[in-house]
Design a protein around this ligand. Structure first.
Ligand code: GDP
Length: 461
């Protein structure tokens, strides 16, 4: 794919030869289930799925009407609302029909079966949005924002995803890409007509243009980490020696009994994860195996797991049992990880009560009585807030690690650009940066990249 062309010129249109169908609402019990068809035959297939065909054919796009939905052999499936969208103004850029049926699985399954007997096929994960991208309705960064919005669990995540969906990132990236392309064209002119250009063009004029691009890149990257943390959730790992009460604390924080709690050391051999929202932050709480070195193979695996999780965590809750001496493994752990993102917890204070001053920087808690749990939640939220860093000047429109990495790579290329080099080399470096920027919006996108992005989507989105 040639990368200097615009999105509309380069992206292959989808082969709307195939009409796809899927349940677009969550699978399960609910008041309404939306079944969506998209593709060039969506309207004609849908027409065969209703008893009142003339009425359906006459239905104007974006108007809703009630129909009897029927199976291929004419049996009534449901009485449901239908709405058409025309390809010129639809989510996918293809003709769409949505059936708003009664909820539950039996109705939607029968409706989907009926669509399939008339020639539609099941949509793959994210295929509606993939078609929207391929038809130029969304850029790739916006498509990623759609997925983030669907998965948003907190207000901050929702706002970040919505900002991404507005396409601000794509517009800024495109503007930057265009000015870099102009610069490259200028340089190429110097290469082709060195006599007219003179020798001093490169160092003199390149800097202000590069500075502008770097300023834009910095602005986009500022606050990106916070936006990404909001959407993925902060990983908070509970660590500590076996039997100090980690699993009990995990359950107390979650208000449920997810982890198995037993009195024999080393029971929690694998890591368990669960999500909770604390002060508006999505926290992914992880309970790991004890840190004690052990000859038991399974526990060793657990120990490795906890280290693996700790390396990827944003916050670590270190649990020590009140009234007990520090074991070697615990001291070693504190020496290794005792940084700012550590929240220190003193457990089982119902057995060994501690006076406030004795606890030092440890938070006394009891999973049995609930003492200290609310304070601990506040401390975890504060540690997450600290780990998230300051919000960007505006709200960041970066919604995926992929976008952030590409922005960083483009920045790295521009920073490393050596203006003492001949224009050919500088032009090639700029071209590399232009390519990275093009990958953000999907102007340059391999099937592999698209597969990895859209496979994360729900079916029906
Ligand atoms: P882990 O190995 O660190 O995950 O520890 P567990 O959560 O499995 O707890 C080990 C034992 O300590 C179990 O018998 C729990 O019932 C007990 N325990 C945990 N937390 C408390 C607590 O706050 N108070 C009391 N009295 N017992 C606790």
């Amino acid at each position: 794919m040639h990368k200097d062309e615009t999105l509309t010129d380069t992206n292959p249109r989808t082969d709307s030869g195939e009409t796809i169908v899927a349940l677009s609402t969550a699978r399960g019990m609910g008041a309404v289930a939306v079944v969506r068809l998209s593709g060039k035959d969506a309207w004609s297939i849908a027409c065969k799925m209703v008893a009142e065909r003339k009425k359906f054919a006459a239905l104007d796009p974006r108007n809703m009407a009630l129909f009897d939905l029927i199976s291929a052999d004419g049996e009534r499936i449901d009485r449901a609302l239908a709405v058409k969208f025309s390809s010129s103004a639809s989510y996918t850029g293809e003709d769409i029909v949505e059936f708003h049926c009664h909820g539950g699985l039996a109705v939607s399954s029968a409706v989907i079966d009926s669509a399939r007997t008339h020639g539609a096929r099941n949509a793959t994960a994210g295929e509606f949005t993939r078609r929207a991208f391929l038809n130029g309705r969304l850029d790739l960064a916006q498509a990623e924002a759609v997925d983030n919005l669907v998965h948003a669990r907190t207000d901050e995540a929702r706002k970040a995803a919505l900002a991404g969906l507005d396409g601000g990132l794509g517009k800024q990236v495109e503007a930057m890409r265009h000015s870099l392309l102009e610069l490259k064209t200028e340089l190429e002119y110097r290469i082709d007509f060195p006599d007219e250009a003179g020798q001093d063009f490169v160092p003199a004029q390149i800097q202000p243009l590069l500075d502008n691009s770097l300023k834009s890149l910095d602005a986009l990257l500022q606050g990106a980490d916070r936006a990404l943390l909001a959407s993925r959730g902060a990983v908070a790992v509970i660590a500590g020696a076996p039997n100090v009460g980690k699993s009990s604390l995990f359950n107390s924080l979650l208000g449920s009994r997810r982890a198995i709690v037993t009195s024999s050391p080393g029971t929690t051999r694998d890591a368990v994860e669960s999500e909770l929202v604390l002060d508006g932050h999505l926290v992914r709480l992880v309970d790991t195996a004890g840190l004690r070195e052990s000859s038991v193979e399974a526990e060793k695996i657990g120990v490795e797991y906890s280290k693996h999780y700790i390396a990827r965590s944003d916050v670590v809750l270190f649990v020590h049992e009140a009234g007990s001496d520090f074991r070697q493994a615990e001291s070693d752990f504190l020496a290794e990880y005792g940084s700012g993102r550590l929240v220190r917890v003193l457990s089982k204070v119902d057995i060994n009560p501690v006076a406030g001053s004795e606890a030092g920087d440890f938070i006394p808690v009891s999973s049995k009585t609930g003492e200290g749990i609310e304070r601990l939640k506040t401390e975890i939220a504060a540690a997450v807030e600290l780990a998230a860093g300051a919000p960007g000047a505006g709200s960041s429109t970066v919604t995926s690690l992929r976008q952030k990495k590409l922005l960083e790579e483009a920045r790295g290329l521009l920073v490393a650009l050596d203006k003492a080099n001949p224009p050919e080399i500088i032009a090639a470096d700029i071209d590399e940066a232009v390519t990275r920027l093009g990958e953000i919006t999907g102007l340059i996108a391999t099937e592999e990249v698209l597969d990895s992005i859209f496979s994360r989507f729900c079916i029906g989105k």
